[in-house]
Design a protein around this ligand. Structure first.
Ligand SMILES: [Zn+2]
Length: 299
């Protein structure tokens, strides 16, 4: 049976999976991404994970990466997400030096999550859908049947985390001000909490503390309301069959999901006709979707 290696590079961890043609994960490998150490270290860690998963039958490798990705060249464009020194990294070219006998593909991390959800997860019955990943940042993917993923004219489309929610608002890593990512990502919640309390806590701790911490409660309420407004804009722009929401923040959805839906219904002109659903695969989506991309291109 043919196999693929799927790598999901995140702000905290690098997850790797050996994937079969049914989308099963045969073998896993994981390491910290050490994004603060920059490009060289991150690339070294990716190749360690690939080596740990390599075996007979592997036909190709896909790296899912944050940032704006030129999928044709396999390189990061001028926005590299939350990884230091990542903008401009020629990922494919660098890895091809070591793994020169296998095809290597590079894809935006939200796009591979979308491929997974469409293949086997929450979006499998949708002809058109948007994928949002709420993690360290906010990733976006747009999928349309008979067309596939939407890349835009210069591989800078579907960057749904960089729609502006508050004009002249908080500074974003992309250079703009007021991007959605600065309000509804895990990192944004951590940053805002620290500004208000001078205490540094993980997003997970902040979400878990809403019953005992008024500041956390206020922030999460704002987060849910902002998400509802954001979904309203997305509905009006794309009118997809569904919006699938994944990423690490989704693990705490019992705390904020209902408020988000209330906010959406309150703001949107017509709340009928578009599903809003949580992702099915959570942490495994990137690896499985990365494997799927190998099979789509090569089989
Ligand atoms: Zn931005």
């Amino acid at each position: 049976m043919k196999k693929a290696i799927g790598i999901d590079l995140g702000g905290t961890s690098i997850l790797g999976g050996l994937i079969d043609e049914d989308g099963m994960i045969i073998k896993r490998a994981e390491t910290e991404s050490r994004t603060a150490k920059g490009r060289k270290e991150v690339l070294k860690r990716i190749s360690e994970i690939i080596n740990a998963l390599m075996e007979d039958g592997v036909i190709g490798i896909t790296i899912g990466s944050p940032g704006f990705i030129d999928t044709k060249e396999g390189r990061v464009l001028k926005v590299g997400g939350n990884i230091k020194d990542w903008a401009g990294t020629p990922i494919k070219e660098e890895l091809q030096k070591e793994f020169n006998d296998l095809p290597i593909f590079v894809e935006n991390d939200a796009n591979i999550a979308a491929l997974c959800e469409h293949w086997k997860g929450a979006a499998r019955d949708y002809d058109s859908f948007l994928m949002l990943t709420l993690g360290s940042g906010v990733g976006g993917a747009i999928y349309i049947e008979n067309h596939g993923l939407l890349y835009g004219h210069s591989y800078q489309g579907a960057e749904l985390g960089h729609l502006i929610l508050y004009p002249n608002g908080r500074q974003c890593t992309c250079g703009q001000k007021g991007c959605v990512e600065q309000y509804v990502s895990g990192k944004a919640i951590e940053k805002m909490y620290e500004e208000l309390t001078s205490i540094s806590k993980s997003g997970k701790e902040i979400f878990n503390n809403i019953h005992v911490d008024e500041i956390a409660k206020g922030l999460i309420r704002e987060f849910s309301r902002n998400l509802g407004i954001y979904l309203t804009s997305l509905k009006n722009a794309f009118d997809p069959e569904g919006i699938v929401i994944g990423g690490g923040v989704i693990n705490s959805r019992n705390i904020w999901w209902d408020d988000m839906i209330d906010s959406y219904k309150e703001h949107v002109n017509d709340s009928e006709g578009m599903d809003i659903v949580p992702a099915h695969y959570l942490n495994d989506a990137g690896m499985i979707g990365a494997g799927k991309l190998v099979f789509d291109r090569l089989v």
